[in-house]
Design a protein around this ligand. Structure first.
Ligand code: SF4
Ligand code: SF4
Length: 183
């Protein structure tokens, strides 16, 4: 195997003692620090178009997301509030993480064969691939809630039931509930 000898540049005296580079780094850091403080102060007194550090003050301030971002799932509803899902199991079958669990039952509407008796997703296993949304023939499942702050105190807490999927606005209760703490 051929080897290449790389000649290292010889450091001069100032480079060998490192101090000028240390001070140069401190100067750059200080410049950004004071510039950000100045921008934040100007913003606080009314110059809203100015922005200091690029850090978003999460969770008070959320970074804008593209509408195409795959976020927490939801089940869409018919006009009467029942799920659009016809329990065809396409999403459960295609899911690479095997984290969708559907139990089907007969639909009282004679025009629709089936509906889900239960529809759970274990978001602790989900890889957010979006295959379930693509496979659905009924537009019954979507990943457009823009909810990304999903957390739980236990693995069971990452299970989302049909009711929670039909009503994603309830997600705040889910995050805050700790099954170990008395309510
Ligand atoms: S996004 Fe992917 S991994 Fe998550 S439930 Fe849908 S198919 Fe399964
Ligand atoms: S693919 Fe759509 S209609 Fe079929 S079970 Fe899943 S959510 Fe329901």
């Amino acid at each position: 195997m051929a080897t290449i000898n790389v000649k290292r540049k010889k450091l001069n005296f100032l480079e060998r003692i490192y101090l000028p580079e240390v001070f140069r780094g401190m100067a750059i850091t200080s410049w950004h620090f004071f510039k950000n403080i100045a921008f934040h102060l100007l913003r606080a007194i009314g110059f809203k178009h100015l922005r200091g550090a690029v850090t978003y003050q999460y969770p008070e301030e959320q970074r804008p997301m593209s509408k195409r971002t795959r976020t927490r799932h939801r089940l869409t509803q018919r006009e009467d509030g029942s799920p659009r899902c016809v329990a065809c199991m396409m999403c459960e079958t295609v899911c690479p993480a095997r984290c969708i669990y559907i139990v089907a039952k007969e639909n009282p509407d004679p025009n629709i064969e089936k509906m889900p008796a239960s529809f759970d997703i274990d978001l602790g296993k989900c890889v957010y691939c979006g295959f379930c949304v693509e496979a659905c023939p009924e537009d019954a499942i979507r990943m457009d809630t823009q909810i990304v702050d999903i957390a739980a105190y236990s693995r069971e807490g990452m299970y989302y039931t049909m009711d929670e999927l039909l009503h994603p606005e309830k997600h705040g209760d889910k995050i805050l509930s700790d099954p170990k703490k008395p309510k």
